[in-house]
Structure formats: structure tokens, C-alpha cells
Design a protein around this ligand. Structure first.
Ligand SMILES: [Ca+2]
Length: 438
């Protein structure tokens, strides 16, 4: 975009922003949050994959900041999404496991979401993709601060849009509204339309892509699920025999990468690329039957690193220095305070996030003060402080992630004081967030 067009936009933007923001102030930045589903730490080119070409995501990493120690709050979908939306540990938001096909469970509407933080300050908020923090008719995005939404509750067939419960699962503004197309591409199209429509005002665009979660279907694989029956056996994974699923998975990664490229191109075409923070991460680790968690042991559902250490990239030309990596230990729940800080929006009274503001890490290359973070999923628990990680499964094990990133050598017996400290911290945290709800 040439300078004249850029200046014209700046004037227009100022005129719009001035209604909400102080005269003379810079217009607030847009925020685009892309959440990839079930993508493993080792699944992107910029994280060492030799099999998956991801040129658009690699370009974002080259031009921005790549995290090497970023974690999903959960090892499955719903808890991580609850943490992203609320800035809280998912246990505090009442979502500790993946939500099934019930309409009685979800993030209660009384919790303040990131959209509800930004919308009152003039941000237009849209979400396109997989919601999965409660059925949209009862716990939906439009009732949680988003102005517009196209969402699935769960992971429908990418072509027929039928979920595992045998029902069509594609909703516009919380009403069933099916439309034809491969869902990765439908999400992209709605996101691009949203950018075009809102080029002249600040926006928060949340794109929780459905891929690369099963069913494993590339663009040219056939539709599979039909309505009126459940798909909860091995057929939940889609139409392909096991041996072909990794091929479809790679195609789905390519489709997500193209989606990221299309969203970035839409930002550029709208003239807002330089005033938009793009953040990309995954909601949990990969299944090893199809994906890679790089050097880390475990997979989706585990509280070993493979279940929750994920790829994360932040990109904002002129604000985030290009080509850097950070080893800051960060988590999904940090994104709400981070986005609020980047937008210059104070948190509402009464909202005390568990997450911390990462804007110093993003914008100024700062490190984070040491803290202890926690996970709990079914009967597994984990605590992390510095390089030390306590993993409680049948027994408690202590790992030094610097020396032993694959968590193979339990050093609890050699480091009893370290182990006891983390056990005590975990007990204190569980007392704080309360017992598991189900
Ligand atoms: Ca997931």
C-alpha cells in the first residue's frame, strides 16, 4: 500500500476512533487471534517440521516473535478456549474437560470475556470457527460480547457439517444456518469479510480454526457423516483408512496455513496490516497417530509437554521486532490481559485474571518474572516453575525440562526439596481454584 493511501486511512480511522478515544491519540490496534485446533509443537515448518510446508505461518514467525515455551491451559479443546476467553484458569471458569453434546455445560455468561473487555471501548468483535465453550444456543458468542459469529459447537464433518451426534453443527449468530463448503475455507471467508467490513474501526477478530482436529478430511476428500446417527466409533475420525489419515492431516495443515495467508493478505488489502497484532497458537498438542509434538513426550490429553506445549507466534509490523524467539513461559490465559494492554483498555473492576500481561515480552523483548503455573485434567495434575515440572499421575514425578525436555528422568528422589515445593504449590492452587467439578 502506498503512503498516500495509508495516510488517508489514518485520517479516516482517527475520525472514527475519536468518538471513543481521546483526540490526538493513536487509533487503537486491531487484534486477530488465530487458534489452531490440535496442532502439535512440531507440526509447522518454523518449528522444525520437515514434512509440512507452512510458508505463511513461517513468514509470520520470520517477521515476528516465536515462542518456544508457550502452553495451552488444557490438554484438550474446551479448557484452553475457556482460559483464552476469560483470562482465568479453566478450573476457575468451570471448564475442566472437553464439552460433549450437552446444552447444560459451558462458560457461564456471568464471566467477562475478552470481547466484553474490548467491545465497550469501540472494538467490533467477531468470531468464526469452533466455539466449544458451551452450546451456542445457551452459552453462545453473541451473548459473550461478540457482535457477529459463524461457529460450530464441536468438530463437524468438514464437508457435510454433521457433528458426531448426527446433527448439523454450523451456526450464524447462534442460529442454525448451514452453508455449503469446506469448513476451513468457510471460516477464512467469514474472517476476510469481517476485515473488509471493519477496516475503518478497531476490531477483535477471533478465528478458532476447526482444523486440524479430526475428522481427517482434506479439501478433496469425500463428505462422510450423515444426520440421524452417532459417529462415535472409529468412524469419528472420518472417511479414510488409518494409513491415509496423516496425508489428510498434512492437507489440513496446508489449508490452515493458506487461511492464515488469506487473513494477512486481507489485512494488507484493507490497509490495516501495520496496525494489527496477529497472534497464532494451538489449543493443545497433537495426536501422535497423525501429528508431531517435536521433541516432547506425550500427546493431546496428556499433561506431559506433548499435551500442552504448543506453537505460538506474534506478529505486528513496526511493533514486534522481526525474527526473534522468546523462551518466556507463557499460557493461553495470558492473552486476555495481553490484548487488553495492547489495546490500551483497562480491565473492568472485578476482573482479576490468572494470566499475566505479555505485552512487554511482545513489544519490548522483556522477560517475565518467575511464576508457578498449573494444569489439571481428569486425574492428572502438573505444576511448573522455571525449568522444574511436577507431573502427578499415578505418582508424582519431577523433571528438569532444560536437561530433560522429553520428561524421561524422574529426579524427585534426588531433588526432594524442589519436589515438595511444587507439591505444596499445587495443593495451594487446588485449594484456590476448587475441586474438579465433574
Ligand atoms: Ca483441540
Amino acid at each position: 500500500m502506498n503512503r498516500l493511501t495509508s495516510n488517508t486511512f489514518a485520517v479516516l480511522l482517527f475520525a472514527v476512533g475519536a468518538r471513543v478515544f481521546a483526540p490526538g491519540a493513536e487509533p487503537p490496534p486491531n487484534i486477530v487471534m488465530i487458534l489452531i485446533d490440535d496442532l502439535g509443537y512440531g507440526d509447522l515448518g518454523c518449528y522444525g517440521s520437515a514434512t509440512n510446508p507452512t510458508p505463511n505461518l513461517d513468514r509470520l514467525a520470520d517477521g515476528g516473535l516465536r515462542f518456544t515455551d508457550f502452553h495451552s491451559n488444557g490438554a484438550v479443546c474446551s479448557p484452553t478456549r475457556a482460559a483464552l476467553l476469560t483470562g482465568l484458569y479453566p478450573q476457575r471458569a468451570g471448564i475442566e474437560a472437553a464439552i460433549g453434546f450437552t446444552r447444560t455445560e459451558g462458560v457461564a455468561l456471568g464471566f467477562t470475556t475478552i470481547a466484553e473487555v474490548l467491545a465497550p471501548r469501540g472494538y467490533r468483535c467477531g468470531v468464526f470457527g469452533k466455539w466449544h465453550v458451551g452450546h451456542v444456543t445457551k452459552f453462545g458468542p453473541n451473548d459473550q460480547g461478540f457482535h457477529e459469529s459463524w461457529c460450530a459447537n464441536n468438530n463437524p464433518d468438514y464437508h457435510s457439517h454433521v457433528s458426531r451426534d448426527g446433527k448439523v453443527d454450523w451456526w450464524r449468530d447462534q442460529r442454525l444456518a448451514d452453508e455449503p463448503g469446506y469448513l476451513v475455507d468457510r471460516v477464512t471467508a467469514h474472517a476476510v469479510d469481517f476485515i473488509r467490513a471493519n477496516r475503518s474501526r478497531p476490531f477483535f477478530l477471533y478465528v478458532p480454526q476447526l482444523a486440524v482436529h479430526f475428522p481427517y478430511q482434506g479439501r478433496h476428500d469425500p463428505p462422510h457423516r450423515t444426520t440421524g446417527r452417532e459417529w462415535n466409533g472409529d468412524d469419528r475420525y472420518g472417511p479414510l483408512p488409518k494409513a491415509e489419515r496423516p496425508r489428510a492431516y498434512r492437507e489440513m495443515i496446508a489449508a490452515v496455513d493458506e487461511s492464515v495467508g488469506a487473513i494477512v493478505a486481507a489485512l494488507a488489502a484493507a490497509g490495516v496490516r501495520e496496525r494489527t497484532l496477529v497472534f497464532v497458537c494451538s489449543d493443545n498438542g497433537a495426536y501422535l497417530s497423525v501429528g508431531s509434538n517435536g521433541p516432547y513426550r506425550g500427546e493431546k490429553g496428556d499433561l506431559l509437554e506433548g499435551g500442552h506445549r504448543v506453537a505460538a507466534i506474534a506478529h505486528w509490523p513496526g511493533h514486534i521486532a522481526a525474527g526473534r524467539t522468546t523462551d518466556a513461559t507463557a499460557m493461553t490465559m495470558d492473552l486476555l490481559p495481553t490484548f487488553a494492554a495492547v489495546a490500551g483498555v483497562p480491565l473492568p473492576a472485578g476482573l482479576r485474571p490468572d494470566g499475566v500481561d505479555l505485552s512487554g515480552v511482545l513489544l519490548r523483548g522483556e522477560s517475565l518474572p518467575e511464576r508457578t503455573v498449573f494444569w489439571r485434567d481428569a486425574d492428572e495434575k502438573a505444576a511448573r516453575r522455571g525449568p522444574w515440572k511436577l507431573v502427578v499421575r499415578d505418582t508424582a514425578a519431577l523433571y528438569h525440562l532444560g536437561a530433560d525436555p522429553a520428561e524421561r528422568r524422574d529426579v524427585a528422589a534426588e531433588q526432594p526439596a524442589r519436589a515438595s515445593e511444587l507439591v505444596a504449590a499445587l495443593v495451594g492452587w487446588e485449594r484456590d481454584v476448587g475441586p474438579r467439578r465433574r
